[in-house]
Write a protein that binds this ligand. Structure first.
Ligand code: SF4
Length: 122
């Protein structure tokens, strides 16, 4: 999936790792799953929850999304501190996941989607 497809509604507004000038061939798995939700019309990119910096929320979804989202992400092994598995990272609420993960946690937490919708697009 070209990154340009979802940079407007995932990467730019939600991801602290996104750099405007940087061309990346790969998208993180979180952004891909969001795009699938848009394509399946399960969410509307014009009415998404506002960005919220919430380390506790991200940690609450870490175990759940590890299986559904992050396991298949090209950045998980070498490029994602949040999912690195290092114990010192686990207690550090300032380490952010990617924008796709952040948006997915907000979507589930605020009842925009439920887990069955998520399972249908991963
Ligand atoms: S949190 Fe990390 S491993 Fe999970 S989808 Fe985002 S970049 Fe990939």
């Amino acid at each position: 999936m070209p990154k340009a497809d979802c940079k407007e509604y995932v990467c730019r507004p939600y991801c602290s790792f996104y750099k405007e000038s940087q061309k990346e061939e790969m998208s993180c798995r979180g952004a891909e799953v969001i795009k699938n939700l848009v394509v399946q019309q399960l969410i509307d990119p014009d009415t998404l929850p506002r960005f919220e910096k919430n380390g506790r929320l991200w940690r609450n979804y870490k175990k759940i999304f590890a299986k559904y989202i992050c396991e298949a992400c090209p950045f998980r092994i070498d490029g994602c501190d949040f999912m690195s598995g290092a114990p010192e990272m686990d207690d550090n609420e300032s380490i952010e996941p990617c924008g796709g993960f952040i948006l997915l946690s907000l979507l589930v937490e605020n009842d925009f989607i439920d887990m069955s919708s998520l399972e249908a697009v991963v």
